[in-house]
Design a protein around this ligand. Sequence first.
Ligand code: 9MR
Length: 464
Amino acid sequence: MDNMLARTGGRPARRGPRVALASVVVGLSAVATTMAMASGANAGTTLGASAAEKGRYFGTAVAANKLSDTTYVGILNREFNSVTPENEMKWDATEPSQGQFSFTSADRIVNHARANGMQVRGHALAWHSQQPGWAQNLAGGALRQAMLNHVTQVATYYRGKIHSWDVVNEAFADGGTGARRDSNLQRTGDDWIEAAFRAARAADPTAKLCYNDYNTDGQNAKSNAVYAMVQDFKARGVPIDCVGFQSHFNSASPVPADYQANLQRFADLGVDVQITELDIEGSGQTQADNYGRVVRACLAVARCTGITVWGIRDTDSWRASGTPLLFDGNGNKKPAYTATLDALNGGATPPPSTPAPSTPAPSTPPPSGGCSATVALNSWNGGFVATVRVTAGSSGTGGWAVAVTLPGGATVTNTWSARATGTSGAVTFRNVEYNGRLAAGATTEFGFQGTGAGPTAAPTCTAS
Ligand code: 9MR
């Protein structure tokens, strides 16, 4: 590990779970995670330092039970400046019984990373796979609520420690349909993905929020469907900051010819792109060339902010027989390692631009005038998510306040993109810094989550 990077991560890990759902608001704030930039002696000689010279991170999946393997830890600390827990943050690991959270294994990885100046990618909050048995047996409103609670609790516990979260993993089907993957989560309603992103933003406004998938590395029906979703999220103000491309390659699924172009078209939507689970089956120069291509593609896309390989040594891989990684079973560097390092040290490319917040604030001075608001409700037995659309009147707004009346017994548990006053009965939601100023006819959205029944009466909007 590069010493310069090590010094950037010196804050002590905070211990002990934070409690339940925040009852007041966490407003969406611009995500400004400072990239560790190395310029020290190791630049050009290790993956992490060389990537940092290009304004990127270079990470690996880590398994907590290997942190006692000295060869493994030696390579980890020397070469990488980002880690992704391979299994330890998944739903089955972190909430084995409903409402009972277990962070011991994930904490081992997070604490190791922080002690060594490495960033952490959180993986994964909501996924059809690796669910605990109790969640597999839930459906409908109960599952939706359990999923949102899981997202909220885990993202809250790790608030401030996660560079990027894979909020939703693998939600689209393979094949040519571009459809969503059928799953218990999908059967709770199409909006489960955006609900998860909103809950994650409310819980940790500092983490970048990613959608992560495989077989989306080139342009195809599946990646087109993800593209359309991201485009729609950006248009409607659903908080999404990044798209993860897993990049598991082998002879049946090679690095696509349009890999770089595909990364670029997503970046052009206004999100960061990240290579999240890279492994390439093979050996020798062919494998090395493929690694080089992938790294150069990322460096050529300004908003490709980092690369994570899915394990350290071939023997650590979920596909060990395909020898898909950068180090052999003895921890020796393979030709693929050299090609990767050479590519990282190659020609100059612009560093990633500072990501824009999901909804940039208009720079025009605040006008005044009226506004109106409508509520779209997604309700289930015992809870709801309300999405409120605010529309400025003919004079525009300099700020707005939306008054909502909740039925008896209902309580607001989470709010995003607004600040709430009160949690039950008459609740007023006011704009946050970036979404108060609306030009005539312009709209913005905020949302809140609650227990009990959602509002039935129309909200009233007051502009300032
Ligand atoms: O590498 C992970 C392996 O140890 C687990 O057994 C497997 C179970 O689903 O998940 C592997 O990681 C997956 C990742 O979480 C999501 N994308 C596909 C990865 C490889 O299966």
